[in-house]
Design a protein around this ligand. Structure first.
Ligand code: AMP
Ligand code: GLY
Length: 428
């Protein structure tokens, strides 16, 4: 089979790495890919948001399967375009991707499906939004309705912060049309976890529950980032809770979507959940793998990813083919100093081979490029050093040993990935 993978971050390197292990695969093409992906796939310089270019590439190359990493091409309708052309695509249609692309749409579907989530009010009116915030009390959560590259959520601790966030979105148009309407949402207290599942629109097969670390600094301090690390399985999710989320949240959601207007969701469905005193509640849906959650859940996946994805795309998912290995996996993101603010690029990376040769370690590239035979930094999140082991502590030890072997100018990473799990399990 010839497989096209769309995207060029750490998530896509993990996808390509797992796809390359399938005996069904002869060739992998990645668009645009990165320096790590280029060791496993032929990279083509087509951007991940270039729906026309990607469609042409998949059709001209006669790819047997296209796997879409990021949300943007899905919300722009890449899966629809490819399906129209008779191609097999892993990733939901534009209509189904609204679960991520519109938070108010996701809330509507959840209400129909009886899925527990935070109470929220949608409005385009600035004064009404402020009144709602005052009514709910603090902290209150202000969210841009549409996609905002992970920056559209503000947890406001007082009226000044709430008003500022509402004005930013509605009055100053900080997120463009994505923020013309906002959700004013009740704040949920608890521990977060991500549950990712394959679904063909009917059947749902979950991957190991994971937890990412969104803040830049140790102790969950500093600004929000795309994710500084992740681990799986997350012990906050018991096996009973995982099964309840599979049936009462994920299955219920894809059914409600199908009942609503015949929208069939095929791909990976990612539920970001808060485990509150009243049980799990959905914070958000994503229509793609998480980054860096993909790096850990795919490291634990036992099974042929290409077989699973092809069956999912064709509406023939067999949940018994989706199994996660026992043990643990951890991913530590090595970032450029300054990220998520401004940072320098072009720093030469050393130690990659030493790290990759360590037991149970894979180094996924995110923001890297090849330059005159050397690997240099080209993004904020540079590498996702990932380790597996018989338990999470071993996975973390291996991951950090590998991270310490890697060097580039201004490299930095969090040193406390997995801290909640270690605390829960009584490990200091
Ligand atoms: P979202 O993009 O909706 O996942 O929001 C980003 C982050 O904001 C989440 O991962 C949570 O940490 C936080 N968040 C979002 N909604 C809420 C909420 N209702 N209560 C508490 N925290 C929230
Ligand atoms: N790591 C969070 C996300 O991919 O949305």
């Amino acid at each position: 089979m010839k497989v096209l993978v769309v995207g060029g971050g750490g998530r896509e390197h993990a996808l390509v790495w797992k796809i390359a292990q399938s005996p069904l695969v002869d060739e992998i093409i990645a668009a645009p890919g990165n320096a790590g992906i280029a060791t496993l796939a032929r990279t083509v310089a087509v951007r991940a948001d270039d729906v026309e270019g990607l469609t042409r590439l998949a059709v001209e190359e006669e790819c047997d399967l296209t796997v879409v990493g990021p949300e943007i091409p899905l919300t722009l309708g890449l899966a629809d375009r490819l399906t129209e052309r008779g191609a097999t695509v892993f990733g939901p249609s534009r209509a189904a991707a609204r679960l991520e692309g519109s938070k108010s749409f996701a809330k509507d579907v959840m209400a129909r499906a009886g899925v527990p989530t935070a109470r929220a009010w949608l409005t385009t009116d600035r004064d009404e939004a402020v009144d709602r915030a005052v009514e709910i009390g603090y902290p209150v959560v202000i969210k841009a309705d549409g996609l905002a590259a992970g920056k559209g959520v503000v947890i406001a601790t007082d009226e000044r912060e709430a008003t500022e966030a509402i004005d930013d979105a509605i009055v100053r148009g900080r997120f463009g049309s994505s923020g013309a309407s906002v959700l004013v949402e009740e704040y949920l207290e608890g521990e977060e976890a991500s549950i990712l599942a394959f679904t063909d629109g009917q059947r749902v097969a979950v991957l190991a529950p994971s937890q990412d670390h969104k803040r830049a600094l140790d102790g969950d301090a500093g600004p929000n980032t795309g994710g500084m690390g992740a681990y799986a399985p997350a012990p906050v999710v018991t096996s009973g809770a995982l099964e309840r989320v599979r049936t009462d949240v994920l299955e219920a959601t894809v059914r409600a979507l199908a009942d609503l207007d015949g929208t069939v969701y095929r791909g990976v469905l990612y539920a970001g959940l808060m485990f509150t005193a009243d049980g799990p509640k959905v914070l958000e849906y994503n229509c793609r793998f998480g980054d860096p959650e993909a790096q850990v859940v795919l490291s634990l996946l036992d099974g042929d990813l290409v077989e699973i994805m092809t069956a999912t795309a064709r509406g023939q998912l067999d949940p018994s083919t989706v199994k996660s290995r026992a043990g643990g996996a951890a991913c530590v993101v090595v970032a450029s100093g300054g990220y998520p603010g401004p940072y320098e690029k072009g720093k030469v990376i050393s130690g990659l081979e030493t790290a990759a040769a360590m037991d149970g370690v894979v180094v996924f590239h995110a923001g890297t490029a090849a330059e005159e035979g050397r690997i240099v930094t080209s993004g904020g999140r540079v590498l996702g050093v990932t380790g597996t082991g018989p338990d999470l502590s071993t996975a973390l030890e291996r991951t950090y040993a590998a991270a310490r072997a890697i060097h580039f100018g201004c490299a930095r990473y969090r040193t406390d990935i997995g801290h909640r799990a270690l605390k829960r399990c009584g490990t200091p």
